[in-house]
Design a protein around this ligand. Structure first.
Ligand SMILES: C[S@@+](CC[C@H](N)C(=O)[O-])C[C@H]1O[C@@H](n2cnc3c(N)ncnc32)[C@H](O)[C@@H]1O
Ligand SMILES: [Zn+2]
Length: 275
């Protein structure tokens, strides 16, 4: 684990420093690391109002599905996108269980890569996995990405995959000239899965990411087809999608008998530069 020097106290916004197994600010506000190595940096007064982020079940499904290797190309593509950027501090905003955070950190050991997620199960998995693999340049915290415990203009790169996009907060935290990379579902993403579940299937709309604080650099599209064998992996994929919450039991049952699924994977990466 690497504790970034740009962390601020969620209560008083003063600098946080490591002291034994906690982080403390000069006013004495203290945050303890969990045994697994993540830390909860939600403002204690606001924790009860906070949405809890992804459930343990969804986080575990994500981890199992990633282990099947079907999203490895997305991770490699992302790693390549940041290759030429200055990247001392990279923030993975809405990092989930840390698949992309960890991939980027492993590839770029000189960078500090911070994973923030509202789900403590996500932060916990990320921290455990880094420790198990001996990856020393990650830091995972439970945090609301609309209000991150970071100084203004401290980050070189923010990555944000399949998660909410708080432009103002990203603009506050990014250095001038820093990059924001947003990965979102492309038009035909998981079409094969949707075709099994629903009668009338539509293409996903293109997400146009624009904000006055950013210069639009480009949109890069990654599209490929996958064949998933085994119902367990198919169900893991389904469980980590938004469709999991919005599908009737009758439609879900169409998936539960499937032993092979062919589908397109399509991600649009929008790259913006902070002005
Ligand atoms: C669809 S998942 C994507 C996770 C990860 N980027 C990935 O692709 O595997 C969206 C994630 O955003 C997190 N999230 C949603 N709203 C958030 C917020 N306001 N602050 C922090 N995390 C949030 C959820 O807990 C969830 O882990
Ligand atoms: Zn404080």
């Amino acid at each position: 684990m690497t504790v970034p020097s740009s962390l601020v106290c969620p209560i008083c916004q003063r600098s946080l420093a490591k002291s034994d197994s906690s982080l403390k600010c000069e006013l004495g506000h203290s945050y303890d690391f969990a045994k697994s190595g993540y830390i909860n940096l939600l403002n204690p007064g606001k924790r009860n109002n906070a949405k809890t982020g992804e459930s343990k079940e969804m986080i575990q499904a994500r981890t199992s599905f990633f282990a099947s290797g079907h999203y490895q190309k997305i991770r490699e593509y992302l790693i390549e996108l940041v290759k030429d950027y200055k990247k001392d501090l990279i923030i993975d905003a809405g990092c989930g269980e840390g698949y992309y955070t960890e991939g980027v950190a492993e590839k770029y050991p000189e960078s500090t890569v911070v994973g923030f997620d509202m789900s403590k199960h996500g932060a916990e998995h990320g921290a455990k996995s880094s420790r198990a693999k001996g990856i020393a340049n990650t830091f995972y915290a439970v945090s609301n990405i609309f209000n991150m415990p970071l100084y203004d203009e401290c980050a070189d790169v923010i990555i944000n995959l399949f998660a909410p996009v708080p432009y103002e907060e990203f603009a506050r935290v990014l250095k001038k000239g820093g990059y924001l990379i947003i990965g979102a579902s492309g038009a035909k993403h998981l079409m094969g899965l949707k075709n099994i579940l629903y009668e009338n299937v539509y293409l996903n709309e293109l997400n146009i990411h624009k904000n006055a604080a950013f210069e639009h650099i480009c949109i890069k599209n990654l599209t490929y087809d996958i064949e998933i064998f085994g119902n367990d992996t198919i169900m893991k994929l389904f469980t980590m999608t938004p469709y999991y919450h919005h599908t009737s039991d009758a439609d879900k049952s169409k998936l539960s008998v499937l032993s092979r699924l062919d589908t397109t994977v399509e991600v649009d990466f929008t790259i913006l530069r902070k002005i």
